[in-house]
Design a binder for this molecule. Structure first.
Ligand SMILES: Cc1ncc(COP(=O)(O)O)c(C=O)c1O
Length: 416
């Protein structure tokens, strides 16, 4: 890999023809590195800095090409990260941003204008809905939610409102894991000339690759499985269309978005082991589901890879794998405040499952939904007599995780 390719002023960073035949794990291990440009170091060095010097006036003026012009925009390390993420999602260009939330908001800011309507899945990550419903209206952009399980209803919205300009997909949904029929949504969007954006933080480029299904922009929270160790935040957008990439790149530059090089170095290190970690999360999570299925207090497990998932056929058609994140519903004990106190018996003495936000890291996590539910408008919310607990199964020994949960159920059961 010639080092000059890291500085390519074009947004494309496709692998060479011989590399194109490699499997994904090989690509993620091999690409975005330049040992012979860096004294044999197997990893890319971390470039820190704002100022990048120009050798002469002609380069400063743009009459001679300058690979990079200012530290805000990129560095060889950032270019290496972008190249690797393009391979992960199967796209031609990548825009790095500071968080997964910014990966969702940047395309909306870049592509939508006053008078436009955004269609957002009712199952989206809460802060995505907050941005769409509470910030975009300030710019004269309105948001309408759609039911991700009802493509016919989405079609009606598109036929009724010619101001729809973008559809935001998140499949599976945050917290309740409904699937979207992505190819059907893409077909509708193309018919109505609407841009599709898919948050693929759960699929991570491993379980599903929405760009290959015709989605225009895929976004991910790199904070999750790409980083994989819960020690930094990062987000990215990947697309194939040059015009879209230019619009996203311009918006990034207009806003002044920056990724600190140490954070990028952590994510580049993380992505090298993504396929094996993802598979380990998948098998451990399914084993934990087996255990949960046997507990009498568990009424439902919300995991799209389980045979009990209502959209089984869609899952089998479109998804190649699953990760460590799913939810389950547990019978509520007691009423009001007391019910939350009894729930604390379950959560507060867990030794291995921590309570905290985010997911995708080595550590197992559990997060009860808020008492008032999920704030859904179209999809069913959590029934009043149930708790919804979202689980991220990490990389600990599965037997120890099951034991931790078993102890928690015993405590919960013993509560009057
Ligand atoms: C589906 C989804 N998208 C985006 C994000 C935001 O990611 P970040 O925490 O990197 O901003 C999250 C965070 O939990 C998420 O679950």
């Amino acid at each position: 890999m010639p080092s000059s390719s890291y500085y390519s002023p074009s947004l494309t960073s496709k692998s060479s023809p011989d590399q194109a035949s490699w499997g994904l794990a090989t690509k993620l291990a091999e690409l975005g590195r330049d040992p012979w440009g860096h004294a044999g170091y197997v990893n890319m060095p971390t470039y820190r800095g704002s100022t990048i010097l120009f050798p002469d006036l002609a380069t400063l003026d743009g009459r001679k090409p300058a690979p990079l012009r200012y530290g805000l925009h990129s560095s060889p390390l950032h270019e290496a990260m972008k190249q690797t993420l393009c391979e992960l999602e199967g796209g031609a260009g990548c825009i790095l941003v500071s968080s997964g939330l910014e990966a969702v908001t940047l395309p909306l800011l870049a592509l939508l204008q006053q008078g436009d309507r955004l269609l957002v899945t009712d199952g989206a990550y809460d802060p995505t809905l907050d941005f769409a419903e509470h910030f975009l209206p300030r710019l004269g952009i309105q948001t309408q939610r759609y039911d991700p399980t009802d493509t016919a209803a989405l079609q009606k919205i598109l036929e009724t409102h010619s101001d729809c300009k973008a559809i935001l997909i998140e499949s599976p949904s945050s917290q309740t894991f409904e699937l979207t029929d992505i190819p059907a949504v893409v077909a509708l969007a193309k018919k109505h000339d609407v841009t599709t954006i898919a948050d693929n933080s759960w699929g991570a480029g491993i379980a599903i690759r929405p760009l290959e299904m015709g989605v225009d922009i895929v976004v991910q929270s790199g904070t999750k499985y790409v980083c994989g160790h819960s020690d930094t935040l990062m987000g990215f957008c990947v697309a194939n269309d040059e015009k879209i990439l230019r619009q996203l790149g311009q918006a990034r530059a207009f806003i002044g978005i920056y990724n600190a090089p140490d954070e990028i170095a952590l994510c580049l290190r993380g992505v090298r082991s993504l396929p094996v970690r993802y598979e380990a999360h998948r098998t451990a999570a399914l084993r934990v589901c087996d255990f949960l299925q046997e507990q009498r207090e568990v009424s439902e497990i919300l995991h799209p890879a389980l045979a009990s998932h209502p959209q089984r056929a869609l899952w089998q058609r479109d998804y190649a794998s699953s990760c460590g994140l799913f939810s389950f519903m547990m019978e509520k004990k007691g009423e009001g405040k007391e019910a939350r106190e009894i729930l604390a018996r379950f959560t507060d003495e867990l030794r291995l499952f921590g309570m905290g936000y985010s997911w995708g890291g080595f550590k197992s996590l559990i997060l009860p939904a808020e008492e008032q539910g999920l704030g859904r408008k179209l999809l069913p919310d959590v029934p009043n007599d149930r708790w919804l607990l979202r689980v991220h199964v990490g990389l600990e020994d599965t037997a120890d995780l099951v034991q931790d949960l078993d102890d928690a159920f015993r405590r919960y059961r013993s509560a009057a």
